[in-house]
Design a protein around this ligand. Structure first.
Ligand code: DMJ
Length: 933
């Protein structure tokens, strides 16, 4: 999500007034000059330091953009690990995420106005020429209407907005004759067939060349779309109409918004996540401010700012009131059911909601914005990035992080609103973390798992469109930007649209809101718009005073503190709860206890049993605590069993020039040979064995002697390969998958089994890499000949030795800083033995593996497998919550009331409904991937 513009506004009902005036007034109200900083609280940051950070952002942008242009353009995206372009159809499909890619040089278009904000006018001029010369919008490819609108249409319009601004200034873009606008119009017409539904809600996808109806279009059978997908069009479509005079775009976007408003749940005034585009029925009735809904709310408020239509503000305020009533549980924002808004729909939050504090700033509701932002920052400090989803007690629920900009966006707006230098420090941390953990030699790579620091071969275009804009603007003073940012509003993709559009080509008829909407009671909103001129000057520590009580909110929430106190009460005579080790899935009494504890038992198709806890569904707070402990114990039990039979993934880290430890490849371990978890890592240069499959005595022992041999998978047992390279003098081996294109991105990692015989004779460490990861080493050999790697159980920080080996990289500070870091491609998945038939005769091993899904059914009830990755309650194994032993005991009794995770007043749900909730959670994950890239 991105935020409404440089413009900060007040959400209180505002009498008829041109939006520009609103913006100007709001700016006067809320802006504490970015150059002035507090003299108390966070340490002020001087101009020099801000400039240094701004320069660092510029350098980082150059690194990302430069690598995209050099190695990926004209492809849609850069693949920063393999340093090439992502071309749809040429890479393994990632499902709906790929619907953003339309073979239209997405990243270039999405970056256009960022170039101007970052004062790279010359580069902007070049980029515009390239777009005009190279981009084709008529490809036979099915794209997401939502993504194409916010990224491509928005990108073209943002580019046009700044092109005409520059042209008017008289130096750059003098040749420009609205060509970007013409492209935008062409694209607008291409998207219009998507609105051909009775409801006026757009289809989620469209074929750029063939539209929707024709058979060649290969789309148009969908029935559902997400609310954000249908409700995030008005800014771009209205801008297109007003720039061109073609009113049809604004009309269509307004119609979709009108329909969504009509369909809001009337008693709660909330909207669901997914809606049927033909019937208007809510398909998913859960409601939050993150994935699937986020930018619908954003666009209502910003449409008011841009278009000056009061009905949008009225709608926004009505929804906002409902959000604050039901969803907001400061500092949390928790999804609820639209029909039963007092009932939480889940116990975790997604990363997209991080935009919301920024929107609250625009609304003028600073306090909850500060609170939520602070909570998010603490989660970030724990994991370096915001995981895609995290539980109400701040454990990782979904560990990815695709370099989303929402938190940076909110940080920028909070700094604008408060002037508190604390937010500059936050921005500095974001910069450091990006350089330290996401920067790779060829750009910035998304995090595959924030807990391990592993990477995905992915750099989304929004990283350039939004992240760098907000970070740069955070540290920039007015004079650092070549135009007045306050004259523009940011779209959800952070594209800039000029506020003067509000008074241009206003030919679209507005709905007569007065007949339809009852006059709003202003008193509802009094509190939403604090006058910061009163708040801040009188109390310069205002923001800090709101943050202070939340200082340890993330650490404090660990349930172990609660559990410890419960143990005290058992000592005083109460009946001890059911222990995981005693649990029998066939014992009806045990099942009854589980239900009381809010724990549901799910029989998975593959025969395993999964336990899920919803604390809010427990019969009482005590039962919920028992449930938490039970789950914790079950995880420990399960992981103990798994540990006994399974080996965790290993790391292959390339340490020689120019990688210097920054590339880490996740590798599968072997059930034989040196155990890297017990021994020091093995370091050595790599050499390919001959024969490459390693299935017979090596013909090149001199080449592999003292080195780590590379061997191809297949044709004989893993153990046989190991023996052959060991006999040739190798000190380790890496088996590379022969299945071309395989990757830990798409396949579960597994461990290499032995050959059913005694493998004690194998002394060297052996690791397995999928083909994509393996080819990174093979490519490195081709390019650099001498490639040294480290085989270990976990990636190591770059050691002093590597430091010394690194060539003085340059005058460039941030480059040096980033070089301390690690890149990894890995897969945080359960290890599953997927041995190829010819290589897996060790049936005794695989039979006993708890990760072997075919065998899980035979596990006795007391040993039922619990999959921690799929639990909704605090059941993760990442050990994030271990330091609560010092928490004061009163947390046990008092914290439950304040802990939104434990809503005791709420009714216990029947098992069916628990299962339904669980399914909704899974759907929610799918939706996040599908609708929110
Ligand atoms: C962006 O494309 C937009 O901000 C969108 O509204 C939500 N998701 C991404 C960034 O995370």
């Amino acid at each position: 999500m991105s935020e409404a513009g440089g413009a900060l506004g007040c959400g209180s009902p505002v009498p008829q007034r041109a939006p520009w005036n609103l913006v100007a007034a709001a700016t006067a109200l809320y802006l504490v000059s970015a150059t002035s900083v507090w003299t108390a609280g966070a340490t002020p940051m001087n101009r020099e330091e801000k400039q240094k950070l701004g320069n660092q952002v510029l350098e980082m942008f150059d690194h990302a953009y430069g690598n995209y242009m050099e190695h990926a353009y004209p492809a849609d995206e850069l693949m920063p690990l393999t340093c090439r372009g992502r071309v749809r159809g040429q890479e393994p499909s990632r499902g709906d995420v790929d619907d953003a890619l339309g073979k239209f040089s997405l990243t270039l278009i999405d970056s256009l106005d960022t170039l101007v904000v970052l004062n790279k006018t010359k580069e902007f001029e070049d980029a515009v020429r390239k777009v005009l010369r190279d981009v084709n919008l008529d490809n036979d490819v099915v794209v997401s209407v939502f993504e194409t609108n916010i990224r491509v249409l928005g990108g073209l319009l943002g580019g046009h907005s700044l092109a005409i601004m520059l042209k008017e200034k008289g130096e750059y873009m003098q040749w420009y004759k609205d060509e970007l606008l013409q492209m935008a119009k062409q694209l607008g017409y291409k998207l219009l067939p998507a609105f051909n539904t009775t409801s006026g809600l757009p289809y989620p996808r469209i074929n750029l060349k063939f539209g929707i109806r024709k058979p060649e279009a290969r789309t148009g059978t969908e029935t559902d779309t997400c609310t954000a997908c249908a409700g995030t069009l008005i800014l771009e479509f209205a801008a297109l109409s007003r720039f061109t005079g073609a009113t049809i775009f604004e009309e269509y976007a307004r119609k979709a918004l009108d329909f969504l408003w009509e369909k809001r749940q009337r008693s709660s005034n909330l909207v669901g996540v997914t809606i049927n585009i033909h019937t208007g029925d809510w398909v998913r009735k859960d409601s939050g401010v993150g994935a699937g809904i986020d930018s619908y709310y954003e666009y209502l408020l910003k449409a008011y700012v841009l278009l000056g239509d009061d009905s949008f503000l009225e709608r926004f305020n009505t929804h906002y009131d409902a959000i604050m009533r039901y969803i907001s549980q400061p500092p949390l924002l928790l999804d609820v059911h639209i029909h039963k808004p007092m009932l939480n729909a889940r116990t975790w939050m997604d990363a997209l909601l991080a935009f919301f504090p920024g929107l609250q700033v625009l609304k003028g509701d600073i306090r909850p914005a500060i609170e939520t932002h602070e909570m998010l920052y603490q989660v970030i400090k724990k994991h370096n990035f915001l995981p895609e989803a995290f539980t109400t007690d701040f454990r990782v629920h979904w560990a990815q992080h695709p370099l989303r900009p929402e938190f940076a966006e909110s940080t920028y707006f909070l700094y604008k609103a408060t002037g508190d230098p604390y937010y500059l420090e936050v921005g500095k941390t974001l910069i450091e973390n990006l350089n330290k953990y996401a920067r790779v030699p060829c750009g910035f790579a998304a995090m595959k798992d924030v807990r391990t620091g592993s990477h995905e071969d992915r750099m989304d275009s929004f990283f350039l469109a939004e992240m760098f804009k907000y970070l740069y603007l955070l540290f920039a003073d007015k004079e650092d930007i070549i135009f007045d940012i306050e004259d523009y509003i940011f779209t959800t993709e952070a594209h800039l649209l000029p506020l003067w559009l509000s008074t241009t080509n206003q030919r679209v008829s507005k709905k007569n809101t007065t007949s339809e909407y009852t006059e709003l009671d202003d008193s509802n909103f009094d509190w939403t718009c604090p006058n910061t001129q009163i708040l801040f000057p009188n109390d310069p520590l205002y923001a800090q005073s709101i943050r202070e009580p939340l200082k340890n909110v993330v650490d404090k929430s660990c349930p172990r503190g609660i559990i410890r106190v419960r143990e005290e009460s058992f000592r005083s005579g109460a009946k001890p709860p059911l222990r995981a080790r005693d649990f029998m899935a066939t014992n009806p009494e045990h099942l009854e206890i589980l239900k009381k504890m809010g724990v549901s038992l799910i029989h998975l198709k593959d025969g395993r049993v999964q336990l899920v806890q919803h604390a809010i569904q427990a019969a009482s707070s005590i039962d919920a605590e028992d449930g938490l402990r039970f789950m914790q114990e079950m995880i420990e039990l399960s992981s103990q069993q798994q540990k006994e039979q399974q080996l965790p993934p290993r790391a292959v880290q390339i340490v020689s020039h120019p990688f210097f430890g920054r590339v880490v490849l996740t590798a599968g371990p072997a059930q034989f040979g040196l155990d890297l978890s017990k021994h020091k890592e093995t370091r050595g240069f790599v050499a390919s064995s001959k024969p490459y499959n390693g299935c017979s005595e090596l013909t090149n022992p001199e080449a592999v002697m003292g080195k780590i041999a590379l061997i191809q998978r297949g044709q004989c047992m893993f153990a046989e390969k190991a023996r052959n390279i060991q006999n040739a003098g190798a000190i380790g081996g890496i088996v590379i998958d022969d299945n071309e294109g395989s990757s830990s991105d798409t396949a579960p990692l597994f461990q290499m089994a032995g050959d059913g015989k005694d493998t004690d004779d194998i002394k060297i460490p052996m690791l397995f890499l999928f083909s994509k990861e393996g080819s990174i080493i093979l490519d490195a050999i081709r390019e650099y000949e001498e490639v040294e790697v480290l085989l270990s159980d976990k990636a190591k920080d770059r050691d002093p030795e590597m430091e010394n080996e690194e060539q003085p990289s340059s005058e460039n500070d941030s480059q040096n800083q980033s070089a301390e870091q690690i890149i990894s491609i890995s897969q945080a998945v359960d290890l599953v033995d997927q041995e190829a038939p010819e290589e897996s005769s060790l049936s005794s091993h695989s039979d006993s593996s708890p990760a072997d899904t075919d065998n899980a059914a035979s596990i006795s009830p007391a040993e039922q497998t619990l999959n921690p990755m799929e639990n909704q309650e605090p059941t993760s194994l990442d050990g994030e919550c271990t330091d609560l032993d010092n928490q004061p005991q009163e947390q046990s009794e008092t914290e439950e009331d304040s802990n939104p995770n434990v809503s005791w007043g709420k009714k216990v749900q029947p098992i069916d409904s628990i299962l339904a909730d669980w399914n909704e959670d899974i759907e929610a994950f799918e939706m996040m991937e599908k609708d929110e890239l």
